[in-house]
Design a protein around this ligand. Structure first.
Ligand SMILES: Cc1ncc(COP(=O)(O)O)c(C=O)c1O
Length: 375
């Protein structure tokens, strides 16, 4: 029998309820007016998302996976090319590389932040490497200046997988604005989440933005007739109802991100001295806490006990991406940190509407289950 939930892992409905009064009018007008594909609400969200990220252009697409795949295709990556990605990531990062015909090469991550480092990137580069996808996992950016320097030295294109890092910064510069392109997911549980699937690509390069848009719209170039197709593309458009929902969510993002950061600070404070190690934050990083990830011994037992008390946690990710069956063929060397930490990772509940009492409930349970190590 499952216990009653006292602390859910997230609460996307609470976000929807808060946003709904601000978008109800536009949403219903669109729903009853029939303009579902493209139109002013998509253009307005794209403009605002580009400004939010500090880039010139944003192209709305159907989801974050397509954002990555279309970006790699638009950059001309394909068979014979290698793309370095961190081993500690969601499988979509690797899948996008494989689906465009290139080969993913996995880089290990830092033991502190669990993100790719300039050193791990460097050791994964071969003469066939043409690009790197830097993943801002959990809501934190890695050492971008260091990674950009290594990429530049090896003439690599840099794509940012910022699916989990809406509004994250490195030295005040936003996620998505460092590389050639930044790719976002607006899956409902993301910091800015749609009422379904959605995504975006941001870039400072007008031609790249056009190419992604063309690929995402059946290969129709901007301004061309409905049945003129310049490229073999796909259908991966952001729809108007999702754009309205996203604009509403974006308006709440500053407050919600501040709340996420405050919850994380409360967790850190209360978990100090226990055997629970929160993932480190680099001094130059603004972590936006899509996830609050900690490391514990006996993770599965701790998680089960929390669950029996109604505290729902997640694991990101229990099986590292490179050990998933279809990706093992691409592994060339050990990825020791990623493999070791996969057994310890635990994502604690964190969402903007979480109360301080709920945070304290989680911390009290953890302090009891994972007391500080003696000495
Ligand atoms: C790091 C990362 N990359 C890519 C994606 C793919 O995004 P989507 O689910 O919108 O396709 C996700 C989604 O969870 C993600 O977390």
């Amino acid at each position: 029998m499952t216990s009653t939930t006292t602390v859910p892992f997230t609460d996307v409905a609470a976000m929807s309820r808060e946003v709904w009064p601000t978008i109800e009018r536009d949403y219903l007008d669109c729903l009853l007016g029939g303009g579902y594909i493209g139109g002013p609400s998509v253009t307005a969200f794209e403009r605002d998302w580009a400004a939010y990220c500090g880039t010139g252009y944003a192209v709305g697409v159907a989801n974050g996976t397509d954002a990555l795949e279309l970006t790699l295709m638009a950059l001309g990556l394909g068979p014979g090319d290698e793309v370095v990605i961190p081993a500690n990531t969601f499988i979509a990062t690797a899948a996008a590389v494989v689906r465009c015909g290139a080969v993913p090469r996995f880089a290990d991550v830092s033991d502190d932040t669990l993100l790719m480092t300039p050193q791990t990137l460097k050791s994964a580069i071969t003469p066939r490497t043409r690009a790197v996808i830097v993943v801002h996992l959990y809501g934190q950016m890695p050492d971008m200046p260091g990674l950009m320097a290594v990429a530049q030295e090896a003439s690599l294109l840099v794509v940012e997988d910022a699916a989990q890092a809406h509004g994250a910064e490195w030295n005040g510069q936003r996620a998505g604005s460092f590389g050639t392109a930044g790719c976002f997911s607006f899956y409902p549980a993301k910091n800015v989440g749609a009422f379904g699937d959605a995504g975006a690509v941001v870039t400072a390069d007008a031609m790249l933005a056009d190419r992604v848009r063309t690929l995402a719209n059946h290969g129709r170039a901007h301004g061309s007739a409905h049945h003129e197709h310049d490229l073999v593309g796909t259908n991966s458009r952001l729809d108007a109802l999702q754009a309205i929902a996203l604009s509403g969510k974006l308006a709440h993002n500053v407050d919600w991100t501040d709340r996420r950061i405050a919850i994380a600070a409360r967790y850190r404070e209360q978990l100090r001295g226990t055997g629970v190690d929160a993932v480190a934050v680099a001094p130059s990083a603004r972590h936006v806490y899509h996830l609050f990830v900690v490391r514990v011994d006996d993770r599965d037992a701790v998680r089960a006990e929390l669950d029996s008390r109604g505290i729902r946690c997640g694991v990101h990710y229990p099986v590292p991406c490179h050990l998933q069956p279809p990706l093992r063929q691409f592994v060339v060397g050990p990825l020791a940190v990623t493999e070791r930490v996969a057994e310890q990772l635990l994502s604690l509940p964190l969402f903007p509407h979480m109360t301080d009492n709920q945070v304290d409930t989680v911390c009290d349970a953890l302090a009891e289950l994972v007391p500080g190590r003696a000495g």
